[in-house]
Design a protein around this ligand. Sequence first.
Ligand SMILES: C[S@@+](CC[C@H](N)C(=O)[O-])C[C@H]1O[C@@H](n2cnc3c(N)ncnc32)[C@H](O)[C@@H]1O
Ligand code: SF4
Length: 367
Amino acid sequence: MLKIYNTYIHIPFCERKCNYCDFTSLKGTDNQIEKYVNYLLKEIDIYSKNYDLSEKQDTIYFGGGTPSLLPIDSLKRILSKFSYDENTEITIEVNPKTVDINKLKEYRNLGINRLSIGIQTFNDENLKVLGRIHNSEEAIEVYNIAREVDFKNISLDIMFSLPNQTLEMLKVDLEKLILLNPEHISIYSLIWEEGTKFFRDLKAGKLKETDNDLEATMYEYIIDYLKSKGYEHYEISNFSKKDFEARHNSIYWENKNYLGLGLSAAGYLGNLRYKNFFHLKDYYDKLDKNILPVDEREELTEDDIEQYRYLVGFRLLNNPLIPSKEYLEKCEILEKEAYLIKKENGYILSSKGLMLFNDFIANFIDD
Ligand SMILES: C[S@@+](CC[C@H](N)C(=O)[O-])C[C@H]1O[C@@H](n2cnc3c(N)ncnc32)[C@H](O)[C@@H]1O
Ligand code: SF4
């Protein structure tokens, strides 16, 4: 039986939908959340018939949605299905409005040792535009309480290139961010996702996209600034202090196996990539029939796996990749086009490749 060492658990509930977000998130009552957790436990039980879940987990990640909406008892029930200890990286994504000191203490007692807090920006006006349910003071307070209850590994999520955001505003955000001194920072440029309120407002002319040059200037500024403050830029959107790279997310970039559980969760087991159903009804229906709630399955060939290794692997900026014979020529061409740099021990992304990552990928998969 294939042994599982890394697990992602999706909790698809949010108190309110943010205006820019297209992740699977629903409004859920306490009863609906409890029902969902019961189904998650059932999903785990089905997996445990064909996969070995008894090994000590290397990483467990509660993502969302807003997993910090889960009652402690639900987290306890889910975690009781796994074997883990203090060396397991157990992360929970936290929306600042949904936790208090007691909840954070309980997390510590359960063995959760890493928080990923959704800050987005410290600018209260911009937080309102984003449709966030917290203000910056509340976000900072939650961070400080987390330190008080001894969380030693905290990641903060920030977004930039927001509507009407100037470079000056971003600089203020970064200064406030650094004052908190987190171990890890994820920083994303706003994506205008179809189906979101932002997208509709964009089409209606109520909001305007950030100009490409400003967005590039912002990204360059972020990289220089965070590096000057001692953070390592180890992945396109991620920065960390030494030895605090996100172990769970690195599984994705290193193209390693993980179990994905919950509504719309993706997983990668053996050579099978899969994605669970997107609608709760389908997810529940399958589990009622003792069938895994998998909507899409793709058996990867050796070549698919090899190609994937580059598509995700080049995101890691300090891990040179050694191409196989079939991909060597492609890497050489992309080096000539200045997307890649050749190092002694393989290829890594250049600054151009970093700034134009989508172009790089398009070139890479173009035959
Ligand atoms: C799915 S959310 C989960 C975290 C938690 N629900 C929260 O928002 O506080 C993970 C992160 O993705 C980022 N994100 C979500 N939608 C985005 C978008 N349209 N463009 C860029 N980043 C986005 C946000 O920074 C968010 O914190
Ligand atoms: S950004 Fe986070 S809190 Fe906001 S809707 Fe998306 S998942 Fe929920």
